[in-house]
Design a protein around this ligand. Structure first.
Ligand SMILES: Cc1cc2nc3c(=O)[nH]c(=O)nc-3n(C[C@H](O)[C@H](O)[C@H](O)COP(=O)(O)OP(=O)(O)OC[C@H]3O[C@@H](n4cnc5c(N)ncnc54)[C@H](O)[C@@H]3O)c2cc1C
Length: 453
């Protein structure tokens, strides 16, 4: 049972296991409770069962879910976060966060604590698979801020700023429907039931909420990634730069995270999504085999990686075509982060954009909720305004990340030779490459972000 949701004694589990398809709600109930107030167990009129009522429910305690809960909290709005796991996710090793991500973490009040733990990255070195240096960039003159961050630490830091009962673990969303009051009713796997005025789907790339809204699963893009965390108990001596190594249909990289940890990844072509491998020793062996003749420092980082930190992920994205894709919000339900816009990691922007989403959504929602009892129409307008603003940012980035991935995964010998001898050494410019990290989603307080149209 969900740790922080009392399961009503009168509740009989429905036994239904599928999410029902999206129905348009004919009747929109008035918003007649205080959004900033705490929730309570109340009897829903017309129902024979006790249902916990919430004003804002967030599904998923990943980066998107915790950032959204924190952003709302900073604007005086309490939310309940439902997480299917028994605890915060610790897999996925690490992420590189750029300037736009750090701006959001500043807004959320957690950036300085993270800055003190993770090394600032000062540039980027690109090498060929033989170890020849193709280019060496510095970030200093760009006013850039880049750091690799352990996902576990990022999640724990955000969660630590929320009240202890804000996240309900072991709470897997199983079914959604609209009740006769226009609220969204949620059924958890253990039979617990809730009703909420606003449902925020932050449940990742295979989001149940997105499915319910009509979104298809993300599409596999033809390459997959290994990731891991190398440990240097006596200290690592790497230059604080992102180190890339480009091969043919294969690329790798490593990023010093902290004095004793180095994050690494390998992207490799594979015609179909790689199957799940449970044996961590096998994953490590496969990763090492892929790059066995590559520069020694990469092999050293992989060798020094505890097997249980290694993951392999098929890379996928979903393009939000105008007029074709479902809307990112509808009638009190909205999506944030990978649940809405899974993108490939080629620009290192998935989590950064999830963070941006949280600020824009919280800002717009808070302003709508300030209308109190008459808030329902305002809330839907706010959710729509959020999706409009964010779509303009997300759609081109998703395409760009996909394109960059396709270019970097080229196997053709001639194309790779041109890339290594002309494009990277002579043509690539850092400013346009990182231009998307200058995006400013605005602060929680201001009415609009500087880039918002
Ligand atoms: C190889 C790789 C490298 C990447 N590198 C970077 C990078 O360098 N920089 C960057 O910015 N981004 C990067 N990303 C992208 C980043 O990891 C994602 O964008 C980010 O994790 C999205 O966060 P999220 O909270 O939306 O989803 P998730 O992290 O997937 O979190 C979803 C949460 O919802 C929970 N959940 C799911 N279903 C349910 C349910 N039914 N009920 C309750 N809870 C549920 C899950 O348990 C999980 O905790 C990378 C991605 C990959 C694959």
């Amino acid at each position: 049972m969900a740790a922080c949701i009392a399961r009503p004694s009168s509740f009989a589990p429905s036994g239904g296991t599928v999410l029902r398809p999206r129905r348009s709600a004919a009747n929109r109930g008035g918003f007649n409770s205080n959004y900033a107030g705490r929730s309570s167990l109340v009897r829903v009129v017309g129902s024979s069962q006790d249902v916990r009522k919430e004003n804002v429910v967030i599904v998923g305690a990943g980066i998107a879910g915790l950032a959204t809960a924190l952003a709302l909290q900073r604007l005086g709005i309490r939310s309940l976060v439902l997480e299917q796991g028994e605890s915060l996710r610790t897999g996925g090793t690490s992420l590189t966060l750029f300037k736009n991500g750090w701006k959001v973490l500043d807004e959320l009040g957690v950036a300085d604590s993270l800055r003190s733990q993770f090394t600032e990255i000062r540039g980027m070195v690109i090498k060929s698979e033989e170890g020849r240096e193709l280019r060496n960039f510095d970030f200093q003159h760009l006013g850039q801020e880049v750091r690799g961050v352990e996902r576990r630490v990022l999640l724990e830091t955000m969660a630590s700023q929320l009240p202890s009962d804000a996240v309900c673990y072991a709470s897997r969303l199983q079914a959604i429907h609209k009740n006769h009051m226009g609220e969204t009713s949620l059924e958890l796997e253990d039979g617990t039931r809730l009703a909420t005025k606003v449902l925020i789907g932050c449940d990742g790339a295979r989001s149940s909420v997105a499915k319910w809204m009509g979104f298809s699963n993300p599409s596999y893009v033809g390459h997959s990634a290994y990731r891991g965390l190398g440990m240097y108990p006596n200290g690592q001596l790497f230059n604080p730069k992102v180190h890339y190594i480009y091969g043919r249909g294969l690329r790798a990289g490593y990023v010093p995270l902290s004095p004793m940890k180095v994050y690494w990844f390998i992207c490799f072509n594979s015609p179909s999504p790689v199957p799940k491998v449970k044996d961590p020793l096998l994953l490590k062996k496969e990763a090492l085999d892929l790059v066995k003749n590559w520069p020694g420092e990469l092999l050293d980082v992989i060798e020094r990686t505890p097997e249980d930190t290694i993951v392999r992920t098929p890379l996928a994205d979903r393009w939000l075509w105008p007029l074709i894709s479902p809307q990112g919000s509808s009638d009190g339900v909205v999506l944030v982060g990978d649940a809405w816009h899974p993108m490939t990691p080629n620009l290192g922007q998935g989590a950064c954009c999830a963070l941006e989403d949280s600020i824009v959504l919280a800002r717009k929602l808070a302003s709508a909720l300030a209308h109190g009892d008459a808030g329902s129409a305002h809330v839907n307008e706010a959710l729509q305004a959020y999706t409009n603003e964010r779509w303009r940012r997300i759609f081109p980035l998703t395409l760009r990340a996909n394109l960059v991935g396709s270019l970097l995964q080229w196997e053709n010998q001639v194309v790779c030779a041109i890339r290594n001898n002309i494009v990277i050494p002579k043509l690539v410019k850092l400013e346009p490459l990182l231009e998307h990290t200058n995006y400013d989603c605005g602060s929680l307080q201001t009415t609009e972000g500087l880039n918002a149209g």
